[in-house]
Design a binder for this molecule. Sequence first.
Ligand SMILES: Cc1ncc(COP(=O)(O)O)c(C=O)c1O
Length: 447
Amino acid sequence: MPTSNVAAFRPAATNNLDAFWMPFTANRQFKDAPRMLVSARDMHYVAADGRKILDGTAGLWCVNAGHGRPKIVEAVQRQVAELDYAPAFQMGHPKAFEFASRLAALAPAGLDHVFFANSGSEAVDTALKIALAYHRARGEGQRVRLIGRERGYHGVGFGGISVGGMVANRRTFGLGLPGVDHLRHTHDPARNAFTRGLPEHGAELADDLERLVALHGAETIAAVIVEPLAGSTGVLLPPQGYLERLRAICDRHGILLIFDEVITGFGRLGAPFASDRFGVTPDIMTTAKGVTNGVVPMGAVLASEAIYKAFMSGPEHMIELFHGYTYSGHPLACAAGLATLDTYQEEGLLTRAARMEKQLEDAAFALQDLPHVIDIRAIGLVAAIELEPIEGEPSRRAFSAFLKAFEKGLMIRTTGDIIALSPPLIVSEAQIDEMFGTLADVLREIG
Ligand SMILES: Cc1ncc(COP(=O)(O)O)c(C=O)c1O
């Protein structure tokens, strides 16, 4: 394997790096020492300097079946030649219906109707709008409040950042949606640090919803949205009993429960959805990422029969929900999605994480005594190693770990001072050892 410097990629004059304003990236740092990926296959990327990089993050939590999977590649190639685009409004194409049916069959019982979007952010906006419109359709149009949770991540649309709870994603973008409130987050290292499995403490934090009901009145609240496992803010596992309690409080007050499964959907936690793993079914579920293995952008919102039915009244020639995207149910995304589901099912990938999680957890907890480590969390094929921040320089330590890992041929993801690992679900036992072995070296080397 070639071992040239990671900074070896230098753009030609006609392709300088200035024009592309990179998302969620330290642009100046990147452009000074680019980390450029040029191809990928199965568990590995290839960098511009020819080095193989082990993908410890399934791209951005999306390439669950690994890279360059033949069935998916061929399906997209065939589709683009056969039907490149079809209008999404007042017209249909067969694969959108087929894919929706397949998703509904896979989803927890009762989530039978699928609305297509093109990203997690759009899926979240769609879910919030469906919740508001649902109550209005039933004559409860005063239910306009939306409840999110601190440290939640629901993408970057105005809906998502309003209900989301990542401070940096909110503070520079105005006031967001009115009438939004937040539950407290469940991260409690003082009581739960280094817990294996679900944290023991914190179920009572679901009662925050009762507090908000008492404050605002249940009759003003449309929906609560949470990630069953908060991914982007550092792999925060739900405390034992928390989700059940949230479900019960929602039921008591006629509030819709939305699970944002953009990260947890499609096998990450060892079951098709986190709802399956935790045995709690929401009224609406948002998905994206793994829905197409990351190959073509797509988001899919699954809604209950009761919600769908509430809209199916009035004159039959009238549009029931004034919402949709030019690319809702895009033919390439549906073709990719169908082939992705085939691949997941043929290879047993939607439950494979359950078989691998013990090894992953053991490998993660083996780092417990290394420098800077203040907490470790793991479930399914996802793990987090939380580091002590450098005083006065939050996120610098984990970013150094990210750069050092890339130098050593491993892609990890960091948020604040938390390292998250979420490899493709095809990861081998040897590759799990390799990932955590490299990470151990990284932690010993960084300051
Ligand atoms: C839980 C959750 N919701 C929504 C999103 C936003 O998805 P996208 O980046 O596709 O808009 C993400 C992305 O990481 C996510 O983790």
